[in-house]
Design a protein around this ligand. Structure first.
Ligand code: SF4
Length: 359
């Protein structure tokens, strides 16, 4: 499909986009800051949910300068509800870096952009092409699906060979004059027309060129190996109260929810309940006897499912307070700390804090 066929496909995708494009808030601007924030949000959040989060984020941090002048805790708090907090930490790091080392101006080439924290090749291509009209294609799952179907590619979606071919073909299809708009057209075409599962082939302007459709393979391409299995983890949280205060722990280390706050935690194997020894390890206080146990809350991350249970307890009379690793927080202030959504759900359900209003 070289030469004129590529041109025909390109012009049909552009015509389709003019009629069907989604009206999204970040499409009203070519400011690299706004493009960057939207792309980071969309890395792991659906467009429909991302719109509200994007508007909230840019209303709190309207430009790079405001974001760089904030605290990481403030950024994490604004990010709450979106998960994958590494994205928020990297947004903040990058804002500070651009302010201090790039005179506050976003670099305009993919090569420079990928050097920044949290910006991979896809995000770099999106920012460079949309904000600076740099001729580089954005290759995500949508684009891989469209190209693999159009060209009838039957290799595994994760194979290096397929990736290389797709890079060459998307570069060939790219509209050199307005690469950003063409990349956005491909995103929408993949989300609305050439969808996963059963695509809309009967109304597709490319159906007479598409090898997958012409051979009845559109529901089988792209091909993929089995998905990685979910890891199940069992978190038992101690909601330890003491005269209108509760104890929180800041997560550190190379694990989920880095820098977020949680209750003292006993992580146990499946089917095993925590005992006084488990709570001693989590708090440094012996003889803790929980008075009330919550239902189990489930929360799915990319490769993990967290099963969390909350145990309410008070510090036994005469015992010392927990060690320095825990912070004592007035119950009504919990909502001012960045918390995993799972804990926010428990707080909202339990009435432990007036979390709905605070959060
Ligand atoms: S014909 Fe079907 S499979 Fe082919 S590009 Fe169009 S929607 Fe996708």
């Amino acid at each position: 499909m070289k030469g004129s066929v590529s041109e025909t496909i390109r012009s049909k995708i552009k015509a389709w986009y003019r009629k069907n494009r989604r009206d999204l808030p970040w499409r009203k601007t070519s400011d690299p800051y706004h493009i960057w924030v939207s792309e980071i949000i969309l890395q792991q959040t659906r467009v429909s949910q991302g719109i509200g989060h994007y508007l909230k984020f840019v209303s709190r941090f309207p430009d790079l300068k405001t974001l760089a002048a904030a605290t990481e805790e403030d950024v994490l708090k604004t990010w709450q509800g979106m998960g994958y907090y590494t994205r928020a930490r990297n947004l903040y790091k990058t804002a500070v870096l651009i302010t201090n080392s790039y005179n506050g101006i976003f670099p305009g080439t993919p090569e420079e952009l990928v050097k920044l924290p949290g910006i991979g090749s896809y995000t770099a291509a999106a920012i460079a092409s949309i904000a600076y009209r740099y001729p580089v294609p954005t290759i995500d799952a949508n684009v891989i699906r469209i190209i693999a179907r159009l060209y009838g590619m039957q290799q595994d979606i994760h194979s290096v060979g397929l990736k290389k071919k797709i890079e060459t073909l998307t570069m060939e299809l790219l509209d050199q004059e307005n690469p950003g708009e063409f990349n956005q057209a491909m995103m929408d075409f993949g989300s609305l027309q050439c969808t996963p599962g059963v695509p809309g082939c009967s109304s597709c302007p490319l159906n007479q060129y598409c090898k997958a459709h012409l051979t009845g393979m559109e529901d089988k391409i792209p091909m993929r190996k089995e998905k990685k299995k979910l890891q199940h983890r069992y978190f038992h949280y101690l909601v330890l109260t003491d005269h209108g205060h509760v104890w929180l722990h800041k997560r550190t280390g190379n694990d989920i929810w880095h820098s977020l706050y949680e209750f003292p935690l006993a992580e146990m194997p499946a089917g095993k309940q925590p005992d006084a020894e488990s709570w001693y390890k989590a708090t440094g206080i012996p003889d803790i006897q929980p008075e009330k146990i919550s239902k189990t809350y489930r929360h799915t991350l990319s490769h993990q499912m967290i099963h969390a249970t909350f145990y309410q307890a008070t510090i036994p009379p005469g015992h010392k307070q927990p060690g320095d690793e825990l912070v004592r927080v007035p119950v009504q202030s919990i909502g001012t700390y960045p918390l995993p959504v799972l804990i926010a759900r428990y707080l909202a359900d339990s009435g432990t804090a007036d979390y709905r209003q605070k959060g």
